[in-house]
Design a protein around this ligand. Sequence first.
Ligand code: HEC
Length: 157
Amino acid sequence: MARRFSVLAIAVSTAVAASAGAAFADEALENALKARKGQFQLLAFNVGVLGGMARGNAEYDAAQAQVAAENIQAIAALNQAAFWPEGSDSMSIDGTRAMPVIWDNFDDFASKWQAVAAAAEGLPAAVGAGVAGIGPALGPIGGTCKDCHDTYRAPRN
Ligand code: HEC
């Protein structure tokens, strides 16, 4: 009887540990998703500030334009490693458009991220020099977004 009880106790505690582990893993993936989407929202916001000035939807302000450009540089400099854990692709979990192929070509994916930083190198000076400088400086940045999205982001469903 005592033995039976202890076997049962072990079985129960193992099941509890396993479900706690799964919940922890789910939460870790969920947090990574939030973090990487948050950085993309920040990127899009700052690109939008510059785009609005370039299109004449917002008044040109050299200081604000430079701040947006510096923000883009800062976001592009974030190390991506922790934001893309294995198992956080669109075939494995809901709520993400990250294609599984990212994890087959992670070096290429990382180099496409680095391309944003490279394209943003002269951005603060270019957008600070006048509204006419924004469009030509922003174009190549938009190209780096598109280049990665075309390869690694699944279409909206
Ligand atoms: C290295 C690849 C890569 C680059 C470069 C990149 N993106 Fe993305 N982007 C992705 C992937 C992958 C997703 C999908 C993320 C997910 O759903 O988990 C995404 C998602 C997004 C989203 C949606 C975020 C959300 O809340 O769901 C926005 C907005 C976005 N990107 C904007 C940009 C902008 C603007 C740039 C350029 C300045 C950019 N991205 C550059 C790969 C990239």
